[in-house]
Every structure is written in C-alpha cells, then in structure tokens.
Design a binder for this molecule. Structure first.
Ligand SMILES: Cc1cc2nc3c(=O)[nH]c(=O)nc-3n(C[C@H](O)[C@H](O)[C@H](O)COP(=O)(O)OP(=O)(O)OC[C@H]3O[C@@H](n4cnc5c(N)ncnc54)[C@H](O)[C@@H]3O)c2cc1C
Length: 268
C-alpha cells in the first residue's frame, strides 16, 4: 500500500548512511512495512543497499546478514555434520507465503517485526542465536535472540539501533532437533511452533514460539519425563490470543507437540 506520510526513501550505502531518526524506520524487504498504514513515519532507510553478504559460514557456525532473504536462507547447501540444519526449511515454511514474498522478506525484518509467529524468531531462538546490533554511536552490541524479541511487536532494540546480523553457533547446528507446528488451517499462520533440541551433553532445550507472546525456551539438564515436561510448560503464562488460535488451544497443542518432540528425541 502507499505510505502517504513517507516523503523520503533513502538507500544506505555505507554505515554513515545508517542514521534512523525519530520519524524514520529501517526498510528491508518491505513486505510488512508496506502491508499496513505506518502513521508518523516520514522516512525509510533501505539497508539492502549496504551489500552485506547474506550468509557466511566458518568454524563457529553461520552468520546471517539481517538482509538475508528467506529464499537465500533456504538455498543454503547442507553442511556436513549440521544435523539440525533441516530446521531452516521447516521454519521458513512456517512463514506460509509465495516465492515472491520469500524472495523479499528478510531475516532482520522478520525478527524486528516481532510477530509471535516470527518464523526466523523460532529458528534463531531454538539454535541459541546471537543478534549483532549496530548502535547509533557507531558501536555494536550483542544479545541473545531470545532476549531480542520481548513481546508482540516489541523488541529490545532502542531508538536508532539496527539489527546487523544473527549468528547461529555450530554447536547447536550439530545437535539433533525436532520441529513441530500447528495451525488452524493448512495454509494458516502458525498457532504454535515447538522445537526440541538434544545437545551433546544430554540437555533438552524446548523452544516455544507463535503460541506465546514472546519466545520461551525451557532447558532441562537431562531428558525429562513426560510429567516434568508438562509441568514446566504449565508455568508458561502468556499464551497468545488472536484469530489464528485461542489461548487454550495453543496451550493444549503446545503440550502435545512438545511431548512428541521429547519422545522422538528419547533413546529408543
Ligand atoms: C503473505 C505473508 C505471510 C506472512 N506470514 C508471516 C508469518 O507466518 N510469520 C511472521 O512472523 N510474519 C509473517 N509475515 C510478515 C513478515 O514478518 C514479514 O513479511 C517479513 O518477515 C518481514 O521482513 P521484511 O524484510 O519484509 O521487513 P520490512 O517490512 O522491511 O520491515 C519490517 C519491520 O522490521 C524493521 N526492520 C527491518 N529490518 C531491520 C533491521 N535490520 N534492523 C532494525 N529494524 C529492522 C522495519 O523497520 C519494520 O518495522 C507475512 C507477510 C506476508 C506478506
């Protein structure tokens, strides 16, 4: 849609161009920004002109530029030993959209929109991702992606900050992981997404997104039994409520899918 209050779209080419004023916003793929009115916005700063390499792999894991598109992420070739890499496609497919949207929507845009059903939020939190943030003074800070998305449409970014990248560590990419998702309709938005991850040290990490207002990550030092898992999930108290699912349904589906994940990750 036309953003009638916006009178400038500036393409950033260098870091010095990345100045986000009080009535400005970062523009990435634009798939959310142009999907609804943005009252009060006068300027968009397009960060896709910065030319960041979308995906960089090294011994520590993978760094995804904030401008990496969902399509570029899904095109990542399988890396030997990265057992949980299948989560990339599963999470991307949880963002049910056309190839056109996948070709434009970005990792950073998805995280910073901070919708409960944020598909990249699910991926990055489940794999203990770290967000690299550019601060307005020219510096940089890092925080866990689990702490970046703080609620429905809210993040830990302060005014003028820009998400530069997300790092996913090789250690969690090498772990076994199970993906489960429930939606009210086959092509509907996620009602809940549960990702179970079994680490080398035997710890189980269960990440819940979409069904809750902010990501929840539950860590068990050893594989819990079904009862202990259910008790831990029962402590979650911010089940989300919108047209894509009622809170009691989201809670029930989450418990069921988490138990499926636990059982699948249990030794035979
Ligand atoms: C058909 C369709 C289906 C969708 N389904 C889902 C879904 O299932 N789950 C879901 O979560 N979303 C869904 N969305 C919305 C989705 O979040 C966005 O479409 C997409 O992920 C946003 O990415 P973008 O690059 O287009 O962001 P933009 O629209 O460009 O920006 C989105 C927001 O993030 C900010 N932003 C972008 N990049 C940065 C950055 N680097 N640093 C700081 N702020 C930044 C912008 O200022 C803006 O506030 C859907 C959209 C469509 C059109």
């Amino acid at each position: 849609m036309d953003l009638t209050t916006v009178d400038a779209v500036r393409v950033a080419r260098t870091r010095a161009d990345v100045v986000i004023g009080p009535d400005a916003a970062v523009l990435a793929g634009g798939t959310w920004l142009y999907s609804e009115p943005q009252p009060g916005l006068r300027e968009l700063v397009d960060v896709t002109g910065l030319g960041w390499p979308p995906v960089e792999i090294d011994d520590t894991g993978v760094t995804l530029a904030a401008t990496c598109t969902i399509a570029e992420l899904v095109a990542l070739a399988p890396v030997p030993g990265w057992t949980s890499q299948h989560l990339v496609r599963s999470c991307a497919e949880a963002l049910v959209a056309s190839e056109k949207i996948w070709g434009a929507a970005t990792v950073g845009g998805n995280l910073c929109t901070a919708l409960p059903a944020g598909a990249i939020t699910s991926l990055a939190v489940a794999l203990d991702g770290t967000a690299v943030v550019w601060t307005p003074d020219g510096g940089e800070r890092r925080l866990a992606v689990a702490d970046l998305v703080t609620g429905v449409r809210t993040t830990a970014l302060t005014p003028g900050e820009v998400l530069r990248a997300v790092h996913l560590p090789a250690s969690t990419l090498r772990a076994r992981a199970v993906f489960r998702r429930a939606a009210l309709t086959p092509h509907g938005r996620s009602g809940t997404v549960v990702i179970g991850r079994l680490d080398d040290d035997g710890a189980l990490v269960v990440t819940v997104t979409a069904g809750v207002r902010r990501p929840h990550r539950l860590r068990f030092d050893a594989l819990p039994d079904a009862h202990d898992l259910a008790v831990a999930l029962d402590a979650v108290d911010d089940w989300y409520d919108d047209v894509h699912g009622a809170p009691d349904w989201r809670r029930a589906m989450t418990l069921r899918l988490a138990e499926e994940a636990r059982a699948e990750l249990s030794p035979a």
